[in-house]
Design a binder for this molecule. Structure first.
Ligand SMILES: CC(C)(COP(=O)(O)OP(=O)(O)OC[C@H]1O[C@@H](n2cnc3c(N)ncnc32)[C@H](O)[C@@H]1OP(=O)(O)O)[C@@H](O)C(=O)NCCC(=O)NCCS
Length: 232
């Protein structure tokens, strides 16, 4: 998950983070009094991995990208991320307006890839509200000559654990492959076990660990306090 096109270049690697804090998730850099979040950059290479077919539970269907559906993607993104730690890492994910701006930013990129951008939901087969309920969203962009990147994948809380996240990722990978890219990147917060495990199980492998500066104000440090507590 990138949260937006600009996040792809999150080179905020800090050398000052204590290794024992890094192991605990969000880390605290005492020297600069800043909080960092550990992020995994993961890669799927078509030549090395077998790509499964996307499978949806009965009654669910994919909705292909249509610019008129921008608000639907924004709402699905907001409901998927609003209560998640990633909305602290990327504050725009924590508000509907922020998600809308993010969607506009993504969809207006020259490199935006409709083939890797999908809604998933259930209710009827034409995929149109009000009788269709959106349950998840994914977006993709082409990020280089041969590569693409998944911007955000999110499934709304009530619809998790039934295979929609996997179906969205796999569907987007098929879109990237049809477009001709050779590898697909994404980023995930290291402590987001469901996401990291999902990507790993589809065939993504870890290629790099980065640290993203968190924009909220750092917690107060009390003299003599347990430093690891700040990293939890
Ligand atoms: C991550 C997320 C997209 C997973 O969606 P989902 O629809 O629940 O996932 P699926 O049902 O397709 O599960 C597919 C695989 O993911 C992994 N997975 C999903 N939920 C998991 C959990 N709670 N713990 C560990 N692994 C999990 C499993 O490997 C699972 O395969 P299995 O069912 O064979 O065990 C969803 O939890 C979500 O939207 N989270 C909030 C937004 C977010 O963090 N997005 C990712 C940003 S990088």
């Amino acid at each position: 998950m990138q949260a937006g096109p600009s996040a792809a270049s999150s080179g905020n690697t800090s050398q000052a983070i204590l290794p024992e804090l890094v192991a605990l998730g969000p880390a605290f850099d005492f020297e600069h009094r800043m909080r960092y979040c550990r992020r995994f950059r993961m890669e799927f290479t078509f030549a090395e991995r077998k790509l499964e077919a996307p499978v949806l539970p009965d009654g669910y269907c994919f909705v292909a990208w249509n610019p008129r559906d921008l608000d639907r993607h924004a709402a699905a993104k907001f409901h998927s991320f609003r209560d998640e730690f990633d909305s602290q890492v990327f504050p725009s994910l924590g508000s509907l307006d922020g998600c809308r701006r993010l969607m506009l930013e993504i969809a207006s990129q020259r490199t935006f890839l409709p083939e890797a951008t999908w809604l998933v939901g259930h209710g009827n087969s034409n995929g149109k509200p009000p009788h269709f309920v959106d349950c998840g969203t994914i977006q993709g962009i082409v990020s280089g000559r041969d590569s693409g990147s998944v911007q955000n994948v999110g499934v709304t809380p009530d619809s998790r654990g039934i295979g929609l996240g996997r179906a969205l990722i796999v569907k987007a990978l098929h879109g990237f492959r049809e477009f001709g890219v050779k590898r697909v990147y994404l980023e995930a917060t290291a402590e987001n076990a469901p996401a990291v495990e999902l990507y790993r199980s589809v065939g993504f492998r870890l290629v790099r660990t980065t640290y993203k500066h968190m924009q909220d104000s750092p917690p107060a440090v009390t003299e003599g306090a347990d430093p690891t507590a700040l990293a939890r």
